[in-house]
Design a protein. Structure first.
Lengths: 251, 188
């Protein structure tokens, strides 16, 4: 069973393959995303993040999840040599870490409900578990940043987290959909595969901000692989990405 | 969920990272403006409605969320919505035969000069290849998408103007200066 809803400014898709899945399971997952949106949105005036930005709420008095995100963001900032930072112009925008975290927690919800075969996908940040409806490993396609209708790489990702950080090209301008880091122009798409989507997302965000150096950052991370596309349409793969590529006979 | 420093619990993510920081030579370089080669632009000038459908299994697309005949043909500009710190975003919805057929971005975040660290050290074991379209059998899609909260909000406002009920009150269905709010916008 598959459901997609447009929330948090992006399509969020959930598919559960297990035969006994109920619609209430989907409701719980989407309720969770609604809660995340209402808590962390930088567009909803009533969110805790907006209240913090207006000086109406201190981090110490924020909810446990908000405090957790601040802690994780600070940890990530240190781990990425400052490339990941949720503070911009004295304003807090944690969207670069909240999405992957929320997808991971949503997948944990499904696990807690006893399901084994599912994925959760929020705007291309993906957590997979188990097998797809054909009993095979989940397959993720990397979108061509120059032509959204095309797939340029097929990845076999069992029990993985996948996230892409990228720019969206418009005329001779570049728009960063995440808006969460300094604009760089060399790299237009960086896909990261890791053990879970939370870590894939935060490292994709940070590595993308590093420009062409980002793929080297991913190369040096244990258990993470990357696929980078530069502005000239050239792709760079980390040395271990081949483990996620279809073998020639299956392709 | 855990609140310790190892979220989610797993060992030694960064064991090789410390070595990496030590060996990386970084230099600061200013980027003067934004330059994108023409061949990189591809077909990305216009966001098509189909681009709002990142997963082939997705039940919701801009098109399916728009029942036939709900809208009056024409072009409708959405609200200008602040898109994070990069500036404003505004979209134009194109309605043909009562359906949303295209979404164009008519205002977009403006670039600003920035600086970027570059790495002068090439690491030889990375693999390079030209990107090319694949005829792939896939379950899910990942990639940079034009969707964002600002995008959706502006589109909602445009579709609100395009709706039949709105057109009854305003016969100018090709307004290009609309700045009305999005109250009552169709749920996407």
């Amino acid at each position: 069973m598959n459901q997609t809803r447009l929330m948090m400014g992006m399509p969020i898709s959930v598919e559960v393959v297990d035969a006994e899945v109920s619609t209430s399971a989907f409701d719980r997952v989407f309720d969770y995303f609604r809660y995340v949106d209402e808590t962390f949105s930088t567009y909803k005036d009533s969110s805790e993040i907006m209240r913090i930005n207006r000086g109406e709420l201190t981090i110490e008095n924020a909810s446990a999840d908000v405090q957790l995100i601040f802690k994780l963001a600070e940890q990530t900032r240190i781990e990425t040599d400052g490339y990941f930072d949720i503070v911009h112009d004295d304003h807090i925008d944690p969207s670069g870490i909240v999405k992957g975290w929320a997808v991971f927690e949503a997948a944990e919800l499904l696990r807690g409900m006893g399901y084994h075969h599912y994925f959760v996908d929020a705007g291309g940040d993906i957590q997979t578990r188990g097998k797809n409806s054909q009993g095979k490993d989940w397959r993720v396609g990397v979108r061509n940043p120059f032509n959204p209708q095309q797939i340029v790489k097929s990845l076999i990702v069992p029990d993985c987290g996948v996230a892409t950080s990228g720019t969206y090209l418009r005329g001779d301008h570049i728009y960063n959909p995440k808006g969460d880091h300094q604009l760089q122009t060399e790299v237009v798409s960086l896909t990261v595969i890791g053990p879970n989507v939370y870590e894939a997302d935060r490292f994709a965000t940070a590595a993308f901000a590093m420009g062409k150096q980002g793929i080297h950052f991913i190369e040096e991370l244990d258990d993470f692989e990357g696929y980078m596309i530069d502005r000239n349409g050239k792709a760079t793969l980390t040395s271990g990405l081949s483990q996620y590529l279809p073998s020639p006979v299956n392709h | 969920m855990s609140t310790n420093n190892n979220y989610p619990p797993r060992p030694n993510t960064l064991s090789r990272r410390a070595r990496y920081i030590g060996m990386t030579a970084v230099a600061a370089a200013a980027i003067a403006g934004i330059a994108i080669s023409q061949n990189a632009l591809g077909n990305a000038n216009v966001v098509t409605a189909a681009a709002l459908t990142p997963t082939k299994r997705g039940a919701i697309t801009a098109a399916t969320a728009t029942p036939s005949g709900l809208y009056v043909d024409g072009k409708y500009d959405g609200d200008v919505v602040r898109a994070s710190r990069w500036g404003n975003l505004q979209v134009r919805a194109v309605i043909e035969n009562g359906k949303l057929v295209d979404v164009e971005i008519i205002d977009y975040p403006h670039s600003r000069s920035t600086s970027q660290r570059i790495n002068s050290q090439a690491i030889p074991w990375l693999i390079e290849e030209a990107v090319q379209a694949q005829d792939a059998n896939i379950d899910i899609i990942t990639g940079a998408t034009p969707t964002s909260e600002a995008f959706i909000m502006s589109l909602e406002a445009a579709l609100n103007d395009a709706s039949v009920s709105s057109a009854n009150a305003n016969t100018n269905n090709s307004s290009s200066t609309n700045s009305s709010g999005s109250v009552g916008a169709p749920s996407l």
